[in-house]
Design a protein around this ligand. Structure first.
Ligand SMILES: NC(=O)C1=CN([C@@H]2O[C@H](COP(=O)(O)OP(=O)(O)OC[C@H]3O[C@@H](n4cnc5c(N)ncnc54)[C@H](O)[C@@H]3O)[C@@H](O)[C@H]2O)[C@@H](O)CC1
Ligand SMILES: Nc1ncnc2c1ncn2[C@@H]1O[C@H](COP(=O)(O)OP(=O)(O)O)[C@@H](O)[C@H]1O
Ligand SMILES: [K+]
Length: 521
């Protein structure tokens, strides 16, 4: 799914109005009606008090449409205008008149702390105060209103985006944003729903289609893509009936040191389970017996040293090499890596201490093949690119780093983001049970296994991050957040592949009968 920017959304609005020959007021009516339908489907006329808070721009205009439609349907509605400025938008004013025509209970104007109404925990708050047009910090009394919403513990439904949340800046403080229970976002989810510093402002979100110009939506490329099943399915390379293991490449996993051989075992197993034809592990001598025992499918090549990697020398011709899991940062290992890079032409995936080595010795970055994949967790990323001010600054710095060194960088965490030059791919699978030792080693193995069988480094990375999260989602159903461990993610990789081709559940008998009955009405 594409994540459109604020500018693109305004452009889509404008083009829709021109091409569909409708007014902006009509478009606002559509948007507001969609939110009304969503509420009506759930409340079915229940007389829960609904407090609709409207700003003075178009987000507020949406709020007035929602309030009017709720009133016309007999709901128990109170409407408020958060009167923060005299510059009311044209469509706000039109809908302000329209609501006055359907009720004697005109919207209450709020302009200071003393005006706040009584709201109970069982009530519903509709937050239509600020949308994507937020352009400055909110006034102190509006911050107090937002805090007041939180204290009421009522269900908060935000329209388009939680008010006070900007699409391009991190809020100055947590009180200057509405904490939404649910956000109904028009056309596109917003990037801030996925960033570590801002995702908390909405527990759930959903996109409402308001019929914007299809041509524009289809043909406009975005800087950010949200990656789900629909996005990875076209990447999948099918297997032919007469295929043989020679066609799926040979992964070489270089890593490990005394006490950290398990990392190589996990990455190697994951690589084979992701479909590599052959897997070899390159480890210090102490790794020989553990890997051969724990993972008989792998071949093992050993360093001359017992405990660390001191020289990378092999006779095989791998299709892809992964370097770094559990490898340590001993000077001899750094030198071995440098010597290897100087003659290597094979695609590379670098993780863990491999990244720490690059951070220590930045000159090695110049030796990396084009489109090498780096998979840092937040601490490794900081060592590599330095500190950042906030999540937006982090993304800016990673993009610049990716462009400068021609690398694919995976910012791991909840909603892992794959960065390739200026483009961001935001993953949707995964869960907190995956915050566990070795989980990253498994991801490295999956990326390596996909490159091995012919996926481009970028497609392999996007696909692997999705599959890794999906396996984790299957695993958590069995093991729960606490007991899930990295090996379980490998065990469920097959289910993640099979799930790609699973059709949605057919509707149940009763649902079909209900649909038939609605048609007759
Ligand atoms: N395609 C779409 O997505 C559509 C969007 N619509 C709505 O339009 C919204 C955008 O409307 P606008 O551009 O009018 O912007 P907003 O409604 O978000 O608010 C902007 C208004 O509030 C003022 N303002 C901004 N920050 C402020 C602050 N901190 N304190 C006080 N006042 C502040 C601005 O000066 C401006 O008057 C969307 O979020 C959405 O709700 C719909 O009406 C129609 C279709
Ligand atoms: N809260 C979370 N939600 C989804 N995925 C997560 C979460 N926490 C961690 N992960 C995933 O688990 C993996 C952890 O990697 P990493 O920290 O390198 O682990 P390790 O070094 O132990 O192998 C990453 O792929 C990350 O995206
Ligand atoms: K809002």
């Amino acid at each position: 799914m594409k994540l459109f920017s604020k500018e693109q959304i305004y452009m889509a609005d404008k083009l829709t109005i021109e091409r569909q020959n409708i007014s902006s007021t009509d478009l606002m009516e559509r948007a507001g009606s969609q939110v009304f339908n969503w509420i009506h489907m759930r409340l079915q006329g229940a007389q829960v008090p609904i407090h609709v808070f409207c700003g003075i721009g178009n987000n507020g205009g949406d709020g007035l449409v929602i309030a009017r439609q709720l009133i016309l349907d007999g709901y128990n509605v109170k409407t408020y205008v958060v009167n923060c400025s005299d510059k009311r938008s044209k469509d706000f004013l039109i809908n302000y008149d329209r609501i006055k025509n359907v009720t004697k209970k005109w919207p209450t104007l709020l302009s200071c702390d003393d005006d706040f109404p009584v709201i109970n925990a069982e009530d519903v708050i509709v937050d239509a105060i600020f949308g994507i047009g937020l352009n400055r910090p909110v006034d102190p009394w509006i911050k107090n209103l937002f805090k007041y919403f939180r204290n009421t513990k009522a269900f908060v439904l935000s329209v388009d985006i939680p008010s006070g949340l900007s699409t391009e800046n991190i809020p100055v403080d947590e009180d200057s944003v509405v904490w939404a229970t649910y956000t109904l976002s028009f056309v596109t989810p917003k990037l801030v729903f996925f960033l570590p510093e801002t995702a908390k402002y909405t527990v759930h979100w959903e996109v409402l289609n308001i019929g914007l110009d299809e041509d524009f939506l289809m043909n406009t490329t975005t800087e950010v893509d949200l990656i789900g099943k629909n996005e990875v399915l076209p990447l999948y390379i099918p297997r032919e009936q007469f295929s043989h293991k020679g066609q799926f490449g040979h992964s070489l996993i270089i890593g490990g040191c005394y006490g950290k051989i398990g990392a190589v075992t996990l990455a190697s197993k994951a690589s084979l389970s992701a479909g590599a034809g052959l897997v070899s592990a390159y480890v210090p001598k102490c790794g020989y017996i553990p890997i051969q025992t724990a993972f008989p499918e792998a071949m093992v090549i050993t360093d001359t040293d017992d405990e660390i990697i001191t020289k990378i020398d092999f006779k095989i011709t791998p299709s892809v090499v992964s370097f770094g899991v559990g490898v340590g940062t001993d000077t001899k290992t750094i030198n071995a890596f440098e010597d290897f890079l100087k003659q290597n032409k094979t695609p590379l995936v670098i993780d863990a201490d491999g990244i720490n080595i690059l951070a220590k010795k930045k000159s090695l970055l110049q030796l990396l093949p084009l489109n090498t994949v780096l998979t840092p967790h937040p601490k490794e990323l900081e060592r590599l690119i330095g500190d950042w001010k906030d999540d937006f600054d982090k993304l800016k710095k990673v993009k610049a780093f990716s462009k400068k060194h021609k690398l694919i960088i995976v910012i791991k965490g909840a909603h892992t983001i794959t960065v390739f030059q200026d483009k961001l791919y935001v993953n949707t699978t995964g869960n907190p049970g995956m915050a566990t030792a070795g989980s990253g080693d498994v991801l490295t193995g999956i990326i390596t296994g996909l490159i091995s069988q012919g996926y481009s480094p970028l497609n392999a990375t996007i696909f692997a991050v999705y599959l890794h999260g999906k396996s984790g989602d299957f695993a958590v159903e069995k093991y729960g957040y606490q007991s899930l461990n990295a090996s379980h993610i490998i065990n469920y990789l097959g289910d993640a592949f099979i799930d790609l081709f699973r059709l949605p559940e057919p509707p149940q008998e009763e649902e079909i009968e209900e649909a038939e009955a609605t048609k007759k009405d």
